[in-house]
Write a protein that binds this ligand. Structure first.
Ligand SMILES: *Cc1c(COP(=O)(O)O)cnc(C)c1O
Length: 348
């Protein structure tokens, strides 16, 4: 048994993909975003499982990731690259048959100079100002690009996890205006947009975080479970302190368990004072500062201290833990450490 064990439920990932697929009509394709190594959970395994489930299109951030995903999904699946056709990426795009989403006039020039017959998509900026062609570039290049038959024309929403945010409707409007008369397949929605309703679905939705059990897909099945072994337990008296900086001072006698995981494993130090871990259904408070490899927990309320305590489970999701650390589940997931023993459950 490893000091800390991360269990990843591929059946839950598949169930979440199906549930998100069911949010849009039959004619809308549901793709899967597996960037950042499948949000830290292993892009190869996740993509292979979802390909078996029926997913035909995958998205990654950079060509290197696409190369890895290609080997696990076989030659038929489409793999789009959000960062587009970057300098130096040509060989990898070609060898792994990846489709760059061209983001700028510079990328368009590069793409048609070095691989004019290679499939491409187009990313448009509709107000997020992160990636994608601006209106003026699009106006200038649109007819040339459309004449070459893009595989997809897409944009990305900045505020889709807040359904009432006025930016959603504004970006929808901008996307409609920029794509009026385009007969290539269109895509605007990630997880949040998929949940905003059919106006946002177009031809293809591309959820990421919801597949992995994260907000804003509240109905998601939990995908990850993380438990860490108790290394040592001790009794402390009132006024004794725990951990670096004497940050916790006992007000009465306490039992303190030290568990084998810390900020080097992605358990952000900032979560310390607000976080808890679980023994079955029973929460136990984290006390003192999170160390690099260790966390100290008040287990006074437990009748018996178990061999390990759960950090992520059905009782505490990545988003709960993220809240305690003042961040978002998106940041917790890909940070989950490489020291953990990893067990994949469900069919592969
Ligand atoms: C990350 C990303 C997605 C997936 O977003 P989620 O919120 O994780 O569903 C989709 N499209 C683009 C452009 C992205 O960068």
């Amino acid at each position: 048994m490893n000091a800390a064990e991360l269990t990843i439920d591929l059946d839950a990932v598949a169930a979440n993909w199906r549930a998100l697929d069911a949010k849009s009509s039959q004619s809308v394709e549901t793709a899967a975003v597996v960037k950042a190594n499948g949000y830290g959970l292993d892009a190869g395994r996740v993509a292979a499982r979802l390909a078996r489930e029926g997913a035909r299109t995958f998205f990654v951030a950079i060509a290197e990731e696409g190369k890895a995903v290609r080997t696990s999904v076989g030659p038929e699946a489409r793999i789009f690259v959000f960062s587009g056709h970057m300098d130096g990426a040509t060989d990898m795009l070609q060898q792994s048959n990846l489709i760059p989403l061209l983001n700028s006039a510079e990328q368009v020039t590069r793409h048609f100079a070095v691989s004019p017959s290679h499939a491409f998509g187009i990313q448009l900026d509709t107000g997020m100002n992160r990636l994608g062609m601006e209106q003026d570039d699009w106006d200038a290049l649109r007819s040339e690009l459309l004449a070459n038959g893009p595989s997809l024309v897409m944009s990305h929403l900045a505020c889709a996890d807040e359904p009432g945010h006025q930016m959603n409707a504004r970006q929808l409007e901008a996307f409609r205006a920029m794509t009026a008369g385009v007969n290539a397949p269109l895509s605007l929605a990630a997880t949040g947009g998929t949940l905003l309703g059919s106006d946002y679905h177009f031809d293809l939705v591309r959820p990421g975080v919801g597949l992995y059990g994260g907000f804003p897909f509240k109905e998601a099945e939990p995908v990850v479970r993380l438990s860490a072994q108790v290394i040592q337990t001790r009794e402390i008296q009132a006024t004794e302190t725990v951990g670096y900086g004497y940050a916790y001072i006992a007000d009465e006698p306490r039992t303190i368990a030290t568990i084998a995981a810390g900020y080097a494993d992605g358990l952000i130090r900032a979560m310390g004072p607000k976080a808890q871990v679980y023994s079955g259904n029973t929460p136990c408070k984290v006390v003192g500062r999170v160390s690099m490899d260790l966390i100290t927990v008040d287990v006074t309320n437990l009748e018996q201290v178990p061999a390990s305590l759960d950090i992520l489970s059905a009782h505490q999701t990545v988003d709960d833990l993220a809240d305690a650390a003042g961040t978002i589940g998106y940041e917790i997931l890909p940070s989950l450490g490489h020291r953990y023993g990893r067990t994949y459950r469900g069919s592969t």
